[in-house]
Design a protein around this ligand. Sequence first.
Ligand SMILES: NC(=O)c1ccc[n+]([C@@H]2O[C@H](COP(=O)([O-])OP(=O)(O)OC[C@H]3O[C@@H](n4cnc5c(N)ncnc54)[C@H](O)[C@@H]3O)[C@@H](O)[C@H]2O)c1
Length: 255
Amino acid sequence: MDGLFELTGRTVVVAGGAGLIGTALSEGLAAQGAAVVVADAARDRGEQVAETVGGRFVETDVTDEGSVESLFETVLAEAGRLDGLVNCSYPRNENYGRRYEDVTYADWRENVDLHLNSYFLLAHRASLVMREQGHGSIVSFGSTYGVQAPDFSVYEGTEMTSPVEYAAIKGGILNLTRYMASYLGRDGVRVNTISPGGVFDEQHPTFVSEYERRTPLDRMARPEDFVGAVVYLLSDAAGYVTGHDLRVDGGWTVC
Ligand SMILES: NC(=O)c1ccc[n+]([C@@H]2O[C@H](COP(=O)([O-])OP(=O)(O)OC[C@H]3O[C@@H](n4cnc5c(N)ncnc54)[C@H](O)[C@@H]3O)[C@@H](O)[C@H]2O)c1
């Protein structure tokens, strides 16, 4: 088993690496030996995370083709290799999160574009670099709500909801991943998703208790809960794993 989960000497780009989950991933991957590139639009936070993990921050707008090109050019110029990509950004517009009835077609289009299409853009560009190298691993963040429909009863008594765009975005990311896994397998590029359950982030207490009551492991997720799954999928331990959706959800989707 020695070294099976080792990432020393590997360069991993964490898109959204300054976010709630991305920060924990950047720390966890660095602890496992990876050279972490934090790619995020949030400069101050991104620089801070990169400094903490001894990695590199590249200010990136994942929705902008030129910015993404420049990200991978920088990584290749500096590290000369790209072993892993973690798609963990969360781009959305200012109207995101409205209830179903209030979602305009323009907002639907914009939010699907920002999130689903940027995940494609990064995964596509990274996979072409990895194919040249003959190896690489891509992990994109889906959601339990890309696997099954929301249980709206957990939002009762709060202003919260699960946005309708999210269902299409996350379902799309899961099936895009299967396509890429099939297309790129012979080139040594593995492509997988992680579907997280909801992360505790000071939400309304009624929601939190309803969510926990419905979750077999009896709690909401913590950002660090996803580190092991990402390390696994990026490492040699998952050398025969591609096209998989690894659910890290406390059992939410089995009920
Ligand atoms: N938090 C949860 O409960 C939860 C549950 C299931 C799935 N997920 C998924 O996990 C992923 C990360 O979620 P999170 O909760 O950490 O989100 P977050 O909002 O805390 O962090 C997202 C990061 O993405 C960055 N970002 C946003 N737009 C960007 C852009 N255009 N270019 C570059 N960076 C940009 C932000 O600056 C931020 O650092 C998302 O795919 C989300 O759907 C989250």
